[in-house]
Design a protein around this ligand. Sequence first.
Ligand code: NAD
Length: 248
Amino acid sequence: MKIDLGGRTAIVTGAAQGIGRQTAQHLVAAGATVALADLDPTRARAAAEPLGPTAFGLGVDVRSRASVDAMIATVADRCGGVDIMVTCAGILYPTRFDAITEGEWEQTFAVNVTGVFHCCQAAARSMTARGWGRIVNLSSTAGKSVSTLGGAHYTASKAAVLGLTRAAAKELAPFGITVNSVCPGLIDTEMARTNTTPERLDAYARSFPIQRLGRPEEVADLICFLASDHAAYLTGASFDINGGDLMI
Ligand code: NAD
């Protein structure tokens, strides 16, 4: 099976690093033109640069509707529209339940839930006009169980992404748009490394049936499949990729 995204235009949010950056690289390799969008435009452009002429970086703050609309408009001007939206932008606070502040709670939901909503809705408008679309939202094992590293706000936000994905999938299917979630376990990125010690990461890794952390490229492979024509009959679903840490 060859994944061919030639002629497609994709936006990946949170693409300056981690899963988003790797996903952008795989989408480019599959033939898509890819906008790497991140809070820091300089880092987004730096991530796009080695990917060649079919990749470009731009700034976006997914918390802001105006910023997301501007991102979609920039991509539409440059490429004619949006076919694939991958919402990787996310934040995690490891704060324990009793110490969670209102500010942390609001920030977590602003990025992880409202940000995903902004991107899905704005992209879906462009996709509806084209009669084809693929939306892949980053949830987490946390969305189905409880986060290993994140606090209750992170777990709650990732559960919300699953509900948003299902509802959007149901309404957007008649327009040729599929909407799915990916639920990674512990993946070796900055997010994982900055929120615990190397020793604890090793201990978590050894506790999984497949005794290692996941790799960003493994998540990117799954996302590319969901973004392709091969996944035309999959929608409203959530796909676990966690080395067997959670089996449901
Ligand atoms: P990461 O922290 O390495 O990268 C996240 C990116 O999102 C960063 O480049 C950051 O600048 C960007 N970002 C943050 N706030 C933003 C905003 N308001 N607007 C635009 N961009 C913003 O994270 P990662 O590990 O690559 O994770 C990617 C996604 O996968 C996240 O949604 C995360 O919750 C989810 N996830 C990660 C893991 C893991 O173990 N790494 C596991 C499950 C789910």
